[in-house]
Design a protein around this ligand. Structure first.
Ligand SMILES: [Zn+2]
Length: 295
């Protein structure tokens, strides 16, 4: 795919219960804080900067009025709604085909029914793919996948954390995933035999260390952040990924202090918001900004 300088922005609307699962924290009372606080902050920021984004949504969250309302508001503002599965199983890629179909096509149908917008894109929980998952996406009519994070450093760090937890007798809900998916290139491509015609839009990874261009690496002004932005500005296709947790704050939003184990939550929200605005302004300058479905 030959493309002009482009910035695509995505956000995964993962509920806090999935972070509790990653870190083996006990379950807590569930609230729609992602949709009450994080989504409005993200949509406001994009609105101020004139940017559009793709919101990867877990369709079981549609049980909340707050979710349906904030997603409908985002769609009216020109953002794309895409699927982040129905239940966010980290091992979705390893499940049997019928289960994958229910999670993938089912989430698309849930989102389309609730919001009345077309849903054509998918991001796998934990960036995990498999031939079966890719084939289901192609066969059930998805136009693109956006699960590839070509950062071996990310893969290795995650595998080390999961392994360390296991040694300590704690079981993470996350899985290491297929290493080869984290070794791919940065450019969009079309899958071949495994998922004919399905487009792939990799999340950007930068520099010799291939650090991922995600909310966690952009939380505050630092030489690392500025190196990532400097590098990304030289790429034709930039795909920046946020998570809802990047737009939450432990004190302001009354979150469980145990969640401070997540790096983004260790930085004050106002500092993060300034840094994200700087990153989006820097990367958006002189670039087209389609939602992924329009690529
Ligand atoms: Zn997720």
């Amino acid at each position: 795919m030959a493309i002009p300088p482009t910035l695509c922005v995505g956000i995964d609307l993962d509920d806090l219960r999935y972070y509790r699962g990653i870190h083996a924290l006990p379950p807590a009372v569930e609230t729609p804080v992602v949709f009450e606080r994080a989504v409005p902050r993200f949509v406001d920021l994009c609105g101020r900067l004139g940017l559009r984004a793709t919101l990867f949504t877990i369709s079981s969250d549609l049980r909340w009025d707050e979710a349906r309302e904030s997603l409908a508001h985002a769609a009216r503002a020109g953002h794309e709604i895409a699927s982040h599965s129905r239940s966010h199983f980290y091992d979705l890629s390893r499940k049997e085909r019928r289960r994958i179909e229910a999670e993938v096509a089912g989430s698309r149908d849930d989102l389309q029914d609730a919001l009345g917008v077309p849903v054509v894109g998918f991001r796998g929980p934990g960036y995990n793919l498999s031939p079966t998952l890719l084939s289901v996406l192609a066969q059930t009519g998805f136009r693109y996948d956006a699960s590839i994070l070509p950062s071996p450093a990310y893969w290795a760090a995650r595998a080390a954390i999961i392994g360390g937890m296991r040694l300590a007798g704690r079981r993470s809900a996350s899985i290491p995933g297929r290493m080869r998916d984290f070794l791919r290139g940065r450019r969009p491509f079309v899958w071949g035999r495994v998922a004919p015609g399905l487009k792939e839009f990799p999340i950007t990874a930068c520099g010799p260390a291939r650090l991922p261009l995600i909310g966690t690496t952009l939380t505050r002004a630092s030489p690392m952040r500025d190196h990532l932005l400097w590098f990304a500005r030289r790429l034709p296709f930039v795909h920046l990924e946020f998570h809802a947790i990047d737009f939450l704050d432990i004190a302001q939003d009354g979150l469980d202090p145990a969640l401070a184990i997540e790096p983004a939550l260790g930085v004050p929200l106002a500092v993060r918001m300034d840094s994200y605005e700087h990153a989006l302004r820097t990367l958006g300058a002189g670039r087209q900004n389609p939602v992924l479905a329009a690529m």
